[in-house]
Design a protein around this ligand. Structure first.
Ligand code: GDG
Length: 489
């Protein structure tokens, strides 16, 4: 049943994100459109359709250029146009320096408190600023009186201030930062820490997944600017202009849709075929891990824990299978190439050590799965292993829970993932670096009574269903609406 998004803007919403909600590509000579498959873009699409606003995003690829008008706009969805997609083109240098450079080799490791992975070059920063300026200008061109501009993520740390300078106090600006915010001691490593904080403080509302990230942001602002005043009860910070409300909004998933698709025939079929192809026995204990291949996800740590588990519990050799669905990501960046090597070497070692003619402890899949296939994998896996060393939220944990139609599975969860704040009381908690305890927890999860596992899963399913993606968006839009009311008083 669709929610009505009571406080969602009904006109003039402008969304700014790096990825686009619809992308066009060539299928032979024909141009086809790929639509949003999941997560935020899919969830926001119906809101945008009702708000009839504009989505500003990076247009990637040749076919994307073919379908736009002379202002680089295209109306979407194609079959029943309801809103405007405004595409921003990035040339090779911009992709290299703004996207792979500042966004993913400075801000990403910085915000995940991994300073050893930061590669900083002055040209990255220059380009990040230029690209932020281009997106900001595009957003400014799209606003109508009363518009809300909603920025997504760390690609746009500067754009809010640029927009504010153009539009003044009348504009309503909100930003959701999807990754962690580190302590000030970690953040001040960044040569542009001050400019970034000022960029973000131009927002009326700044959202993070959990309270800890909000507190760390506010502490940073206080440490950086002598004149900043933080009201810790409300989360409002005053610095150089209008106030910013900093508030946690733990992101949810479309739990109802996931459950529906996890129960589909395609999901069943995928699972049956998959087990047959991979030689996974009917009564095997199957654990699953689903990630982008990213060094924040704790993948080598996870495989080492599995190795330790098989060392300690030889009775599970031949019985336990770990299915790793890891998709290649940001492969242009050396740290990611390094990780790919480390993961495949670790997997190979474990498979060589324990594997037999008819059993492989680790089954790796790298190709992208359809959502139905993915939800089938979630549904039938006995446990999910989420072992991030840092993670803004981690939607995989929530998706796994949403797909547990029989409440039979168990979630092994790192308490370094933001989602631990939501599900931590009922998940089996681990520290990904504590290999022995991680292995122990896998054992405990498998050997706990089915009743205990069910009890935990039922609680988690309730949480994930109650605070789903729609609830998350409503929460943000309601907060914006209340800020509007306040400023009108
Ligand atoms: C960032 C933050 C935060 C993966 N493989 C396939 C596939 N996926 C989908 C999953 C899930 C998504 O990718 C991954 O989301 P995560 O939340 O786990 O991680 P990040 O990509 O790092 O996202 C994170 C998130 O933003 C939202 O704010 O939670 O902390 O790092 O939805 O299902 N989907 C399909 N096939 C695959 O093979 N269809």
């Amino acid at each position: 049943e669709p929610t009505d998004h009571g406080s969602a803007p009904t006109e003039g919403l402008v969304v700014v994100s790096n990825r686009e909600p619809y992308s066009h590509s060539y299928d032979g000579d024909e141009i086809v459109v790929d639509r949003p498959v999941g997560g935020l873009t899919a969830g926001l699409d119906p809101v945008m359709q009702r708000a009839a606003g504009t989505w500003v995003a990076w247009g990637d690829g040749e076919a994307d250029r073919e379908v736009v008008d002379d202002e680089d706009r295209v109306r979407v969805p194609p079959e029943d146009p309801a809103y405007t997609l405004k595409r921003i083109w990035l040339d090779d240098d911009e992709i290299d320096e703004y996207y792979y450079g500042y966004s993913n080799q400075v801000l990403w490791p910085l915000c995940h408190s991994d300073r050893g992975k930061i590669t900083y070059e002055p040209r990255f920063w220059e380009r990040y600023r230029e690209v932020n300026r281009r997106f900001a200008e595009a957003a400014v061109n799209e606003v109508e009186p009363g518009s809300l501009i909603w920025f997504q993520d760390y690609h746009f740390g500067l754009a809010p201030k640029m927009v504010r300078q153009e539009l003044g106090d009348d504009a309503m600006l909100a930003h959701f930062w999807h990754i962690p915010w580190p302590t000030w001691d970690d953040f001040r490593v960044c040569p542009q820490s001050e400019q970034l904080l000022e960029g973000l403080l131009a927002n009326d509302l700044l959202g993070f997944h959990v309270g800890r990230f909000c507190a760390q942001f506010l502490e940073g602002v206080q440490a950086c600017f002598g004149d900043a005043v933080v009201d810790w009860d409300s989360g409002v910070v005053y610095h150089d202009g209008s106030p910013t409300l900093v508030k946690p909004f733990p992101m949810g998933v479309d739990a109802e849709r996931i459950a529906r698709l996890a129960g589909s025939d395609e999901a069943d079929r995928f699972w049956r075929d998959f087990c047959e192809e991979q030689g996974i026995a009917d009564d095997a204990v199957v654990a699953v891990g689903v990630d982008r291949l990213d060094y924040t996800k704790g993948i080598p740590e996870r495989v080492r824990a599995i190795e330790y588990f098989l060392d300690e519990h030889p009775e599970y050799r031949g019985e336990f299978v770990y299915v790793q669905k890891a998709s290649e990501s940001r492969s242009e960046i050396p740290a990611y190439q390094e990780l790919q090597r480390e993961v495949s070497e670790t997997v190979e070692r474990v498979n060589d050590r324990f594997g037999t003619d008819d059993w492989r402890p680790v089954v790796s899949i790298t190709e992208r799965l359809s959502v139905r296939a993915l939800y089938g994998l979630y549904r039938y896996a006995d446990l999910a292993l989420v072992s991030s060393v840092r993670d803004g939220m981690n939607l995989v944990a929530e998706e796994y829970v949403a797909a547990q139609l029989d409440d039979a599975g168990a979630l092994v969860l790192s308490d370094f993932a933001g989602v631990d704040e939501t599900l931590g009381d009922y998940a089996y908690t681990i520290n990904p670096y504590a290999t022995e305890k991680f292995a122990d927890t896998i054992y405990r999860t498998i050997t706990d009574s089915p009743d205990e596992r069910r009890r935990r899963m039922r609680q988690m399913r309730q949480l994930v269903t109650a605070y789903d993606l729609d609830a998350w968006m409503d929460d943000i839009f309601e907060t914006v609406a209340s800020l509007r009311d306040e400023s009108a008083e």
